[in-house]
Design a protein. Structure first.
Length: 119
């Protein structure tokens, strides 16, 4: 192969790189878990002023995450919930990314074959 073709192949492989679904799931799950845990921890460390409720808006997540509250046990439980939600989202995003790229490359191959047949 010539150097130009090698360069073109490297560019195409970088542009249409596969995302590993499990790796994306773990990464996004970890980010989501750390975000909720750190938000809860910041509110707990900051504390409430004059006996007010700590983090009333963040506590509303308890509606969607059963058992979650703005407390240390709630921070760990919320992190577990958010890890699962982030992992599911990351897995789905990676699968959809790979599927759309696979379909696009297949379309381009079919299109190039059609052009060769008609030319």
């Amino acid at each position: 192969m010539t150097p130009t073709i090698d360069k073109d192949k490297a560019i195409l492989m970088a542009a249409f790189a596969r995302i590993k679904p499990v790796a994306m799931a773990v990464a996004l799950g970890t980010v989501f878990a750390l975000l909720l845990f750190s938000a809860t921890a910041v509110l707990l460390v900051k504390g409430a002023v004059n006996g007010e409720i700590v983090g009333p808006h963040l506590a509303l997540l308890g509606i969607y995450l059963p058992g979650y509250e703005v407390s240390w046990p709630g921070a760990f439980l919320g992190a577990a919930y958010m890890f699962m939600a982030g992992a599911l989202l990351g897995f789905l995003l990676a699968v959809l990314w790979n599927l759309t790229h696979h379909l696009f490359v297949a379309f381009m191959v079919l299109r190039s074959l059609w052009w060769r047949m008609t030319a």
